[in-house]
Unconditional design. Sequence first.
Length: 226
Amino acid sequence: MSSVCENFRRVRSEVDAAAAAAGRDGKDILLLAVSKTFPVSEIRSLYDMGVRDFGENRIQELESKAAELPPDIVWHFIGSLQSNKIRKAVRLASVIHSVDNIPAVGRLDRIAEEEKKHVKFLLEVNVSGEASKSGVSRQDFMPLAHAAARCRNAVFSGLMTMAPLDASSEVLDAVFGGLAALRDQAEKELGVALPLLSMGMSGDYGNAVAHGSTIVRIGTAVFGRR
């Protein structure tokens, strides 16, 4: 077994343990293998052991890899969503994690209709308020959520955030707990189910799982340092 496969099994076990500690079932948490910058051969190793969900943050790289790999892979687009890349994102990805403005919501829904694809999407929220982070602010979140809930073709499915690098446990709890609270607020106000919370990466997924994450985006801990 390759080191990538061994890493994936180890992280999967750790996620399951974190879920159990939080009184959750690990089966409810997707371990998304973030394969950006890594070669197709590494993805295929994980595919051969049964992994199907992979995350990419550049459309060009996703397009290239998708052409070389089996069609039953479930691609997640997790990078900044540029307006001129939305059509390719809709064509290639099953889940788009990074929608953060009202024009993008409208364009995504229209293109999903044209492409006849009910792609799932998440709203990216800058819970920490860092200037360097993408995502809608807490203050502007509900208007964006209302726009997302009006979509008829693209499927508003939940929220995503990124925590500050090397943050303390207290800060991580505030960020991940804050996203979960925004999700609960949106569900109540909009009357919709938002089952997906994409939060937690290689260094902080334990805290994210404790606050209800359903998708942990793991790159370094599976593939190694870039």
